[in-house]
Design a protein. Structure first.
Length: 444
């Protein structure tokens, strides 16, 4: 999925700074609209995972239908935001040239939003039932199609004019529609899904199921929205500094987002296994898997962060040969090691907590850390609101410094709460790991 954004970033960078700046603003607007819906829909994953672990297959499959009902009820207003993006343009203070390309990009993405949301529900369901490979294959197929389509629409060919950044959105919309068509065929013909009765009939709206999705999904969506908007609004603020700084930011944020896919994958796997073990009544394994997932994810992220920090210059060369844009992106990646480790810790701990249907506390932690320390602090530091910011931290670098600090606060808070929750529930149940010391699953 991030490869879609990477393809767009690389091709828009070659189209020019104006297109790359438009992609940064348009992409930030789209993800701001999408993440709230995504969080609500993905609430089916821990709920369906527990039902799958308990072998209640019919009820598990019905969660996919209920997720579609919730998503359909919330998508309309979001489409209007994409079709009329003036608030985002005013916030970013984009030039007329950039604004025109942003509008074209978002208009195309408005057609991509409904099928993308339906596919997200399918992805969450497949994660819950331990069948992620089919989702991976579908997304890889879409990516194979995305590359030539993006090149065609961005650079033009024959009678088709070069569209620049709007071409990225058109290519995405085409891929999302075709991907959704493939999902329908799979649900109808793959015998694996027969036990869930997904394609046999559509489950009507069920009040208790919808309320459960909303209770878990709203804070989940809020947490994801805070996390993502904390960085998308960075793009809006940095765009005030000009097309070159926001182009450098777009490359840097795409790179760290691409790195984030590894801890996100571990977070999804950990959450899935924990939810399934809870459904099966094996709290022993649920506690242990959750904590070990956190340890593995942080260790891998430390290695990845160190590697990218050491080789950031040749890595940036894969995005662009423009020396000015590289110079704008290079100092931002100085924070990548700490940024990535903290990002991994907060994500995995947050996903494990969602498997226990705990979502309100992570929402509070995110609000304080990401919006408070990261975004508000970044604006104060980057734009020297207090007059005390040293020159080295003014501008985009200051905003990245504050964003990294916010992630450290989020990661520390989330891991501390997870450890406390595990200790508390284990003490209430009189639980100790089978054949292992307490220190093997969490701090004493």
């Amino acid at each position: 999925m991030l490869a879609f954004s990477t393809v767009d970033t690389m091709m828009a960078a070659r189209a020019g700074p104006t297109d790359l700046a438009a992609l940064a603003i348009g992409g930030a607007a789209y993800i701001t609209v999408f993440v709230g819906l995504m969080g609500i829909v993905l609430a089916i994953s821990p709920i369906a995972g527990q039902l799958f672990g308990a072998k209640h297959y019919g009820a598990c499959g019905a969660q996919l239908h209920q997720g579609h009902v919730v998503g359909a009820g919330a998508v309309g207003a979001r489409l209007l935001v994409l079709l009329f993006p003036q608030p985002f343009l005013e916030l970013s203070r984009a030039s007329p040239e950039v604004s025109a390309k942003v509008r074209g990009h978002l208009m195309a993405l408005a057609f991509a939003l409904p099928p993308a949301l339906l596919f997200t529900a399918f992805r969450g369901f497949n994660t819950a039932v331990s069948r992620p490979k089919i989702v991976m294959l579908l997304q890889l197929g879409a990516l194979v199609l995305k590359v030539p389509l993006t090149a065609l629409f961005v650079f033009g060919a024959g009678p088709l004019p070069a569209l620049g950044a709007p071409g990225c959105g058109i290519a995405t919309a085409v891929c999302m529609l075709l991907q959704l068509g493939a999902v329908w065929l799979i649900l109808k013909r793959d015998p694996f899904y027969a036990r869930f009765h997904i394609a046999d009939h559509f489950s009507p709206p069920h009040r208790a199921s919808l309320l459960a999705l909303v209770r878990l999904g709203v804070p989940m969506g809020g947490s994801i929205m805070i996390e993502v908007t904390g960085f998308t609004f960075m793009a809006f603020f940095i765009s005030r500094l000009g097309a070159t700084p926001v182009a450098g930011h777009q490359i840097a944020v795409n790179l760290v987002s691409l790195m984030f896919m590894m801890p996100l994958a571990i977070a999804n796997a950990s959450s899935t296994l924990v939810a399934q073990r809870i459904g099966a009544g094996d709290m022993d394994d649920a506690y242990r898997v959750g904590w070990h997932g956190l340890e593995i994810g942080v260790a891998i992220s430390a290695l990845m962060g160190g590697f990218v920090f050491l080789f950031r210059e040749p890595i940036l060369g894969l995005y662009t040969r423009d020396a000015v844009i590289m110079a704008a992106a290079m100092p931002l990646l100085a924070w990548v090691a700490v940024f990535h480790i903290a990002d991994a810790a907060q994500a995995i701990a947050g996903f494990v907590l969602r498997a226990y249907r705990i979502a309100v506390v992570p929402l509070v932690i995110y609000a304080i850390a990401i919006w408070g320390v990261g975004l508000a602090g970044g604006y104060a530091v980057g734009f020297n609101v207090t007059g005390l910011t040293p020159p080295a931290l003014q501008g985009a670098v200051g905003m990245w410094f504050a964003a990294t600090s916010g992630l450290v606060v989020a990661g520390t808070g989330m891991c501390a709460f997870l450890a406390w929750m595990i200790r508390r529930r284990a003490a209430q149940a009189g639980w100790r790991p089978r054949g292992q010391e307490r220190s093997d699953w969490g701090p004493d």
